[in-house]
Design a protein around this ligand. Structure first.
Ligand code: ADP
Length: 226
């Protein structure tokens, strides 16, 4: 379970990205995070990866307050979390295969296991035929699928996705959503920030709406309603 308790993040005295957030997320939920630009969606996701530390409040994951863990322990937290952010952060000098294999190398898996799992995952996201290409040789959709493969291969407890369909054409965007649904059906909690109202309205999942750093709405089977 993920629990935000009275979480605020001030970047300066005038920039309050999150303002007293209280939010509970159960294991296995699929949640859309919506709200206008600057509402605080990315900040909320990046607090979970410990890229950002809140100014006040507690954030617990499996009862551990992640705002308090030492810098040297952050890697353990990140093992539980897969993330797909819009700036894919693929390594330019590694192939698709190598980019995805990195996650498992970090988990200390042996080469045989890595080869098998990378093949399985690249086939799942339908980019196995692109495995030897470098990121600059990929289309936006293929790069996004590579980022997705890298995020899911370690079977994370939680998957965070920040605008994962942002620059994609509708067909590719739906492919990404199907994949997120499938990952969720394995028991992974999915938290996705998006502006895509069509996707939010079709999936009928929990929708948390942020505005000005506050949660202004939290509804089960919600709608995109700003
Ligand atoms: P969203 O993802 O909903 O667009 P963000 O979480 O990116 O919103 O941003 C919330 C607010 O915090 C915005 O006003 C943004 O400009 C500000 N902000 C985000 N990151 C930083 C940063 N690193 N330094 C200063 N201000 C930031």
């Amino acid at each position: 379970m993920i629990k935000f308790e009275n979480v605020s993040k001030k970047f300066s005295s005038s920039i309050i990205a999150l303002d007293d957030i209280n939010l509970e997320i159960s294991q296995g939920e699929f949640i859309f995070l919506v709200g206008p630009s600057g509402a605080g969606k990315s900040t909320l996701l990046r607090i979970l990866t410990r890229e950002i530390t809140p100014t006040s409040g507690q954030v617990s994951l499996d009862k551990v307050d992640i705002t308090k863990i030492k810098e040297s322990e952050v890697f353990k937290l990140r093992r539980k979390i897969g993330f797909v952010f819009q700036d894919f952060k693929l390594l330019d000098d590694r192939t698709v295969f190598e980019n995805v294999a990195l996650t498992l190398e970090a988990l200390g898996k042996d080469d045989d296991e890595i080869r098998k799992q990378v093949e399985h995952t690249l086939k799942l996201v339908e980019i196995w035929d692109r495995r030897n290409l470098f990121p600059r040789q990929l289309s936006g959709g293929e790069a996004q699928r590579t980022a997705m493969a890298r995020a899911i291969i370690g079977k994370p407890e939680i998957l965070l996705a920040d605008e994962p369909t942002g620059d994609l054409d509708p067909k590719t965007a739906w492919g990404v959503i199907q994949l997120l649904n499938e990952i969720n059906s394995w028991g992974t909690t999915v938290l996705m920030a998006t502006h895509n109202s069509e996707i939010v309205n079709s999936l009928k999942r929990r929708v948390v709406t942020l505005k000005g750093g506050k949660i202004i709405k939290d509804s089960k089977e919600g709608k995109y309603d700003l």
